[in-house]
Write a protein that binds this ligand. Sequence first.
Ligand code: C2E
Ligand code: CA
Ligand code: CA
Length: 630
Amino acid sequence: MDPEEVPIIREGSFSSTPESTLAQSQEHLGQTINELQHKLQDMKVLQDFTSTLMLFHQGVDEILWDVARLAVARLGLEDCVIYLCDHENGELVQCSAYGPKNPHERQILNPIRLRIGQGIVGSVAASGKLEMIADTRKDPRYVCDDQPRLSELAVPILNDGKVIGVIDSEHSQLDFFTPWHRDIFLAIAAMAGSRIAAARFEQERYRLATQDPLTGLANRGELMRELKSRLDNATSTVAVILLDLDYFGDMNDSRGNDAGDELLRAISERIQKQSPAGSLVARSGGDEFVVVLNVDLEQSKVESEKLRECISQVFAEGSLVGLHIACSAGISVGINGNSAEDILNQSNFAMYEAKRKGRGQMCVHDSVMANHRRREQRIVQDMVRALESNSKAFNFHIQPIYSLPSCKIVAAEVLARWMHPELGPIGPAEFVLAAERTGNIHLLGETIFAQAFECIHKWKSNVQGILFHVNVSPIQIQKEQFVPQLLRQLEKAQVPPNMIACEVTESALLGDEALALRVLDSIVQHGMKLVLDDFGTGYASLSTLMRYPFSSIKIDRQFVKGLPHEASARTIVSTVLALSREMDLVCTAEGVETNAQLQVLQDMGCPLIQGRIFSDAVTPDAFEKILQSR
Ligand code: C2E
Ligand code: CA
Ligand code: CA
């Protein structure tokens, strides 16, 4: 109560007689008290709204339901409906409604959509001015439905001077709404306006922090939070299905990034539609998607197959028409207390296993895989330690390459070896892959080259006419500094570059093709030879390979293995030999083990062979002895 208002009543009483003055004062006082009581009541009503609006809300919808419910309960209304503007479509959308027309609590079965400008509510949205209609029958704008009402109050909800919605109430009584209703509605609309804006801002901030902008799916951060929460609260199993598209990179390269984005969006829609209710669907990066479900292993396999099936459907319309893309899936299942990182890593590992087995399939993380993974982790750890400490655990063996028919040593291939202090010898097929995956391949390459070049220098007097082949990983080729570094090592060891040949596989030509071409050219320009390794295992045709400065190719041992009996192997080997003669490429057959293989290769005119039939890969000391006994 404001005490300053009291003397104003006394002032008005001076001109009257004392008796009437007293009576008048009492009447004034009565009125004032009455008014103040009303004001107090209004304040209480408004306070109810303020405190309700200040409660924690999940989002804008929840705020609107609370406002509508309170309006009906506290203002004695028959109904209260709140619309929000959809400015993009020029529409108002009904977002909450309490009253007989919508008997469902917090749920609208068929939300009304009005054009902005249509009806009384639409006019309020268009003009930004409130409407208080005493008799709706006299207002042509009133939209009659099956339950017409006689009076109406509609107030705009504003934010920053812009209409963002309308609060509306209708009543079956004529002239029901009073200035009191109007003022309270205005106050509620003002409070709701700023609260909605704040909630929207918060929602947007949350969306940006948790959503992948391209697909609208959960991003990696959100995936980790949600998976952790599901595992922490799990009463049964939580399955993680990781889906990775096969050859997405190729399709991105051939059709362009826009088509790639389009494909990712289309695939994300398919995954969302196919995933059972309650699943979390995330894009964890690139072309990798994750579906988290509260199911057991058997059910997760069924779901994973359904997902793979639906992803690989051919696109029947739109810009992707005719395209189809397969995917590989990895599954891991966790229980309460498991770490989200572990479960996700496991499904990632299972997915890699599916890729390794030839893609387009599903693998489940199991104990064999777990052991494999532990071994890989250990190998990576120990490899880094061994390489950095420059220990002699890493060294090389060397395998002679012979010319036919003379059977003279004309070259030798340097092959990396690792003697692990506890695990024993580990083959390069295993550790080279781990080194490539973890970026240690550069250091590994340098370590092997340094030792090999040192030996070559030492053998100088014995190795005239012998070309030393070193293996170069595709990842090394994708580094501009590769050749300068190699030349520095050669110079340091005093080995002329023309004694060296670099063996690369076709996968070296993928990735940044221009960079690969620059690096390969530079190898040749500096006097080294360039050899295409494992020919026939990739996709490139000989004519594509002619764009690169190869002087020699090695026929993969899988074809040599089929000789002399398999007709297909014979055809492939003889065709490659004929073509390479035509193209002036020297051919080496790898993995020659038997006399029969040797004989047929010689008959076909294969100029060079490498394999156990003459010599396995041997230690540098053993190789030195071979050289001396020539
Ligand atoms: P690759 O370059 O194709 O090497 C030939 C592989 O065949 C070697 O296996 C060799 O020991 C094996 N081999 C030789 N003759 C025969 C035979 O008659 N029969 C059979 N079955 N195999 C034979 P290794 O040493 O295990 O190397 C495997 C792969 O590891 C190599 O295949 C190469 O791709 C990679 N690698 C080896 N050393 C290095 C290296 O220093 N750097 C890089 N980046 N990769 C390397
Ligand atoms: Ca090789
Ligand atoms: Ca090879």
